[in-house]
Design a protein around this ligand. Structure first.
Ligand SMILES: [Zn+2]
Ligand SMILES: [Zn+2]
Length: 270
């Protein structure tokens, strides 16, 4: 660990080449963690599906055993960095039955929950582009409806990148945004889920974390637990901007972050 870096929280969000838009294997991310001074990472590549949903940006179901082996090998080989076995699972209508059975078969440490797609709004990163997106208020209305449904599904430990649609613009006024976001955030709180401070947003056009500072404040007020994630798609980004992110979290009112193991969390002073 670097001498000049304060003790950093776990990086709970990393990917692998299996998702088709990231580089490296878990062992490479462990090396990234050592370089960054991060002592714990969660491998959270995109969860496979049984129905072909989003197959362009996730491992196939029959590749999952290989992912498990990679994580286990990285964990066994790592002397200094603790390696968690996790997954980033999409929420979409109809996903619950498969996920419930899948979770029972695997001993995950942490499950991130994400809404990446609406019917008409997609992540351009994956080459599908916008398909008839309505106005921004409709985008946020539909998006937060799905986030609320995700919380109600009670299948996830953490909500990732809570305000992801800002990646594609979708600017609306603050009051309207608050009115749409808070019901979803209340559901996250009621479900006992944590919120992720995801530093990857700084590299996106809006140049700010996911979520925006307002949402971090509202989360702290509601007692929602906090985790940090780089959403690294390359090993060099593990722990990216975590020192600044810790200061932001404190300014938003958080006094603790959460550590996960076997889907149970422990609060650690921030
Ligand atoms: Zn994601
Ligand atoms: Zn991710």
């Amino acid at each position: 660990m670097k001498d000049n870096v304060p003790h950093l929280p776990p990086d709970n969000h990393t990917h692998t080449l299996l998702c088709k838009h990231a580089k490296g294997k878990p062992a490479d991310y462990v090396r990234g963690a050592i370089h960054a001074g991060v002592s714990e990472i969660a491998c959270t590549d995109h969860c496979p599906t049984d129905d072909g949903f989003g197959i362009g940006h996730r491992m196939a179901l029959d590749q999952f055993p290989m992912y498990c082996d990679w994580v286990a090998e990285a964990r066994a080989a790592s002397k200094t960095v603790r390696v968690l076995f996790g997954i980033e699972a999409d929420y979409y209508r109809g996903c619950e039955k498969f996920l419930r059975g899948f979770y029972e078969q695997h001993d995950f440490d942490i499950i991130l929950g994400s809404v990446h797609f609406l019917d008409y709004w997609c992540d351009t990163q994956f080459g599908r582009g916008f398909t008839g997106a309505p106005d921004p208020v409709q985008v946020w209305t539909d998006y937060f409806q799905l986030v609320a449904e995700m919380a109600d599904a009670k299948l996830y430990d953490v909500v990732s990148h809570f305000d992801l649609p800002k990646r594609f613009g979708n600017k609306i006024n603050r009051e309207t945004f608050r009115d749409l976001a808070l019901p979803a955030l209340d559901k996250i709180a009621a479900a006992g889920m944590c919120i992720e401070l995801n530093t990857s947003g700084v590299n996106h056009p809006h140049k700010e974390y996911y979520p925006a500072f307002d949402i971090l404040k509202w989360s702290a007020e509601r007692g929602v637990g906090l985790v940090f994630g780089s959403d690294a798609h390359e090993p060099e980004r593990v722990g990216d901007r975590f020192v600044a992110a810790m200061a932001t979290a404190r300014a938003a009112g958080f006094t603790h972050f959460q550590r996960f193991e076997k889907r149970k969390r422990t609060a650690v002073a921030l």
